[in-house]
Design a protein around this ligand. Structure first.
Ligand code: EPU
Length: 451
């Protein structure tokens, strides 16, 4: 057991207001994009989370000057002196995040070679990078896998290509975008992911001078350009964090207003939240006028009283129900009357955390079958990727060890909803994706302490 533990006295509804900043899964990619320009870029609303630190460290190693801007959360990137970094220096970041894989295209364009350390990220399945490597090879990159990481060169430059993804992978779509924008000629990507974070990355690249068309049916066409400038960008808010706090409000019988949350990016979540019996209200931003200071909008989520209802849901690529919304919501589903069904179709091993919930009194059974409308890639491959949650169950305190980021937050919610005092080990993992989560918990009246 580690010292990294939070003592949670559960049973108090969360109540109050918190704010989410730029989406982790956009901010980190926009930071990589800054490497492609020959002018400075400016990014607002950057959360203080571990993934941002890792990308900042890698950018700085490659000669990008990163400075804090005037506004809280503003970062300025100056890529005027991009340079090679040594394998040893880069390897300091080995195992810390999955974002380094996205440095391939930008470094090949800027330096003609790249070294990518071993990736980290959450242990939610094998998480292969075969699509990334296939795409990079089609652009003309030579990829050598070595024990210490991956070496890439582009002896004849990078050239536009036609590529069809076997599955609409978020990371592989970003890899193609970040490589194609400066590649010579046209790239056509089929079966692309079209998550709001990807559309926002396209906005960033377009601001830098890229030409990118998003067609219907998951086709993205990129016309390579010879140079890119900088960007000034305020990212979309973190819809995963917003949904996590919404689920915490519901599971603890509380009321949480998430400032900055954006309705349009969360429609699928909001529909499920309402079907379960949760209530929400969208509050619009009011610009300041003479005599009135204005007000930041967001979404207020609460448990309206009475019983929650069981639901059946399947995680899917956008516009489906996000896989990252699943774990926090399942905690609330333990409080719903009846049998809820969750079919996880994005990752093959993202239900392991339910064991901890069972230890706390939940009744969750996981299955290898596809318990959803459509069979998915995992049904025939013997993965426990469907769950049936029988509720309502009274949760009681337990000692928990956090396995990964989103499951970790769900453990935390379960401990907050449970009667008694839980010890949650490994909470620092939550800092990878949730800015100031301990301060936010305190602001919402949670009784938590570091021993
Ligand atoms: N896949 C492959 N081969 C590849 C790439 C992906 O088989 O080369 C598979 C994966 O194994 C998985 C599926 O495709 O089964 C989808 O993976 P994807 O590439 O879309 O995920 P990712 O880019 O690695 C991002 C987010 C995840 C989020 C997923 C899905 C970041 C840094 N991570 O991961 O977020 O769950 O998209 O929306 O953007 C998190 O924030 O906690 C998190 C895990």
């Amino acid at each position: 057991m580690t010292d990294d533990v939070l003592v949670v006295h559960g049973g108090t509804p969360l109540s109050g207001q918190i704010r989410v900043r730029g989406a982790k899964n956009l901010v980190s990619k926009a930071m990589v994009a800054a490497l492609l320009g020959d002018e400075p870029s400016r990014l607002f609303d950057v959360p203080r989370i571990r993934d941002v630190e890792v990308v900042r460290g890698l950018l700085e190693l490659h000669g990008v000057k990163v400075t804090d801007g005037a506004e809280d959360g503003e970062l300025v990137f100056d890529p005027a002196n991009v340079e090679s970094a040594s394998t040893d220096e880069i390897n300091v970041h080995a195992g810390s995040s999955r974002i380094p894989i996205l440095f391939c295209g930008p470094l090949l364009h800027r330096l003609g070679h790249a070294f990518i350390p071993d990736l980290g990220g959450c242990h939610i399945g094998p998480r292969p990078i075969d699509f990334h490597i296939q795409a990079l090879r089609q652009f003309g990159a030579v990829v050598d896998k070595a024990p210490e990481g991956m070496h890439l060169t582009a002896p004849t430059g990078l050239h536009g290509t036609k590529f069809e993804l076997p599955y609409p992978s978020v990371g592989a779509t970003e890899q193609v975008l970040l490589t194609a924008v400066l590649a010579e000629g046209v790239t056509e990507l089929r079966n692309a992911a079209v998550e709001p974070e990807i559309i926002d990355l396209i906005c960033v690249l377009q601001k830098m001078g890229a030409i990118i068309k998003v067609h219907t049916d998951r086709v993205i066409e990129i016309q390579g350009v010879p140079r890119l400038g900088g960007y000034t960008h305020r990212p979309i808010p973190d819809r995963i964090e917003a949904a996590s706090w919404a689920a915490a409000a519901l599971a603890t019988g509380g009321r949480v207003e998430v400032l900055g949350a954006e309705q349009a990016d969360m429609m699928t979540f909001l529909n499920v939240f309402r079907s379960v019996g949760g209530a929400y209200e969208v509050t619009d931003t009011r610009p300041p006028r003479q005599g009135s200071p204005g007000q930041e909008g967001g979404i207020r989520f609460w448990h309206p009283g009475g019983e929650l209802r069981a639901v059946a849901l399947e995680t899917d690529v956008h516009p489906g129900f996000m896989t990252d919304w699943q774990q926090p919501l399942v905690v609330a589903l333990t409080q719903a009357r009846g049998l809820s069904i969750v079919h996880e179709t994005v990752y093959e091993q993202r239900l392991g955390y339910t064991e901890a919930l069972n230890k706390m009194g939940a009744t969750i059974q996981v299955y290898r079958d596809c318990l959803g409308g459509t069979p998915c890639r995992f049904g025939r491959r013997n993965f426990k990727h469907s769950a049936v949650i029988a509720g309502p169950s009274k949760l009681h305190a337990a000692d928990l060890v956090i396995p990964d980021l989103r499951a970790g937050f769900s453990h935390l919610i379960a401990a907050l909803a449970a009667e008694g005092t839980s010890r949650v080990y490994g909470v620092d993992l939550i800092n990878r994706g949730y800015e100031d989560f301990e301060a936010k918990l305190a602001a919402l009246g949670a009784h938590v302490e570091r021993p």
